[in-house]
Structure formats: structure tokens, C-alpha cells
Design a protein around this ligand. Sequence first.
Ligand code: ADP
Ligand code: ASP
Ligand code: MG
Length: 416
Amino acid sequence: MKFGGTSVADIDRIRNVAHHVKREVDAGHEVAVVVSAMSGATDQLVKWCEQSLKRRHIFDAREYDAVVASGEQVTAGLLAIALQDLDVNARSWQGWQLPIETSEAHGSARIVDVDGEALVRRFKERNEVAVIAGFQGVHPQTGRITTLGRGGSDTSAVAIAAAIRADRCDIYTDVDGVYTTDPRVVPRARRLERIAFEEMLELASLGAKVMQVRSVELGMVNNVRIFVRSSFDPPDKIDPHGNPPGTLICDEGEIMEQQTVTGIAFSRDEAQISVRQVLDKPGVAAALFGPLAEANINVDMIVQNVSSDGKTTDITFTVPAGDYQRALDVIAKAKRAIGYVRLDGATDVAKISVIGIGMRSHAGVAAQAFKALAERSVNIRAITTSEIKFSLLIDAAFTELAVRTLHSLYGLDKAA
Ligand code: ADP
Ligand code: ASP
Ligand code: MG
């Protein structure tokens, strides 16, 4: 059972979470619990780190992790106390105590190994519920605290579920499942009963923040069935042996009725860069994208035209908005090697992505979108496609219009 930030936002909600846990324990289930920091706590900790440092180039990611991991320590302890108050035997665990071993990549560490044996044994021997601080781990060689990247408690939960060979990993959050698109933006979004790992992976990578991308990857690799559900449903109204509302993230084979389009994701967290009048000759793309890769900048959509005169062309691509300035600097530095005339960019862009396994066997899905957006005068700046998704880059001002248009177009709206 994993509970996200909004679900543990204050003491009343933590006590509410304790009732959810007690219900499952009383029903005879063996459970382990993972918690996030109280809503807003991690943002505050990140801000304090930023405010403490004026000379950015000496930023120490190990100390950043020591600070930001503390939010989860608080909730784990508080939930253990709230459980004890309900006569449920419980104890908190920090990442280093379990241990949850990770790589050394501070701020975005990967889980390498989790020892789940103690958790299982302690539950069997003394009915003790483990309340584990999400988002954090330890690098075994240096002994230092690491964190898994924002939203990382989802990944802690799936990794622990795999380690204790849980039947299911329940992700309790502030929505009652995975929707066809963000329900905060499109009120007519529909809850999905089931979604395939691959589709959820695309949805999460392309902007739907309901699950951290790595948690879905881990679920897929270890075949952990993930159930997304609401912590706001009253704990005592739920039948612990029944079928509560929620979305099962599972293997494709478990899904009977496959729609062509399953969901729509969007991200305003993009920036567009256009390199004008580069020579149309071998080696130019390497001269441009090589230095960006070395600087660890993720390049996403790439568009290059065939030149009409055989001499020069333009290359347009996108990077995460947070890397925009750095990318421009890297390219400017490599100007001589690349040999371009002008560098343009825009940060007021958004990427809209349409996802569905059914696209594998249906042609013309994207063409419908081009037509519908054209009718609403939404200009498309760049397009990429792959087997089960396509993405469109548009002006950020049209994000909601475009998402709503495509949501209706592919029959995803719930009945009014
Ligand atoms: P938690 O704090 O529990 O980890 P998050 O805020 O990380 O919760 O994720 C839940 C939020 O994800 C929802 O409130 C919702 O606004 C957002 N979201 C984005 N896309 C979707 C989607 N397709 N389905 C459900 N929720 C989504
Ligand atoms: N507290 C961390 C964050 O806000 C991890 C999480 O909530 O999943 O990113
Ligand atoms: Mg989250």
C-alpha cells in the first residue's frame, strides 16, 4: 500500500490512511506500506537547498539528498504512531535501514536491490506492519542517503512489492485511478478499468504525472500488478475482499476490449530550438547532437528538412524546458563545428501525445488529429510517431483546446 503526498497532507489524513491499513490487516492481508512526504514538504526542502547556495557551481547533490529525503522520514514515523494508536503493531523504516540499495546518482538514483526478507518475517512472526519511507535509499559503497527523483515513492513501492513478492501494489492517491487524460484539465476524462504497462509507460513519460516512469518500468519488468486507487474513499466503506474502484496496470494480455486510443498526455515542460541554415552534409547532426548528449540533455522531437538547393537546411528539436538555456549555450559553444547561421528558440510550446496499443493495427489515427486541430486553427510545429503513440508540438496557449479536441475525437469523453 503506497500513499502519496496529498493522502498524508496533514494529521487527519495520516489517521485516515491508518484506517485504510488497519482494514486490510484486519481482513487478514499481509501488508507493507510506503509513504511520501506530506504534500508540499519536498518542494519546501528543495527550495531551502536552493536558497542556501549562491554559488551554484559547487552544488553538492549528496547534501541535497540528505535534506530532501527527510520529508518521508517524518510521515513514516507519524503513520507508525497513528497505526499503534489503532492497536496495529507497526514500525517505520528508513531507506538505509531496510536497506533499499541504489546507484550513486544522487537526486535520480536507481534502485539496485531491496531486502524484503525482514519485512515478510516480521509480519509473520509478530504481525508487524512496516511503514517505509518512500523516495529514498542508500548507496551501499559510500553509505550515503540517495533519492530517486521527484515522484519516486511510486518506484519505492513497486520495488518493495517485487521484493516481497506481493500479489498487488496498491497506489493510493488523490484520484480514483488512471484517467484517459488528466481529470483536472478535462472534466470529461474517463477512468480506465485497465491499462497495459506499455501504455502507462508512454503516458507517464509523456507528461501524465500520476505514476513515476521508473515505477511502471519496474512493474513491467517484474510483473507487479499495480492498482491505482483513491485514499479519499472512506476506509470503512470499502470491502477488503471486493473490487474497489480503481485502475489496474497490467499485462497487455489481461485486457479484453482494446480501444485504438487509450489516453492523451500533455506536457508544457518543453522548449523548442531551431538551428537555422546548417550545411546539408554528413556529420552535421553528429556535431549538433553529440555535445548535447555529452551535456546530458535529453533531445526529443527532431525535425530536419531536405534542402531545396542542396546546400543548407534547418534542424528543429525539443529539450526539457529546464535544460533550454543550457542547450543554447552548448550549441553556441559548438557553433564552429556545426556551422549554422542563426539559433532560434521558444519555451511557450506544449507537447500533446496520443497513446494506444490499438494503433499498431489501425492506420490513419494521426491523420484524424491533424484534421481536427486544423479545423480549430491549431498550428502543429513538429510531429513524431512510434508504434503505439504520436506526439504533436503546438503553441502552449492551445494546450487545453487541443487536448479536449483530441479527447472527444477519439471517443474518450464520458457520457454527459
Ligand atoms: P501522489 O501525491 O499521490 O503521488 P500525484 O500528484 O503524483 O499524486 O499524482 C496524482 C495526480 O496526477 C492527479 O491528481 C492528477 O491530477 C494527475 N494526473 C495526470 N494525468 C493523469 C491521468 N491520466 N489519470 C489520473 N491522474 C492524472
Ligand atoms: N516526496 C517526493 C516528491 O514530492 C516523492 C513522492 O512524493 O513520490 O517528489
Ligand atoms: Mg506522485
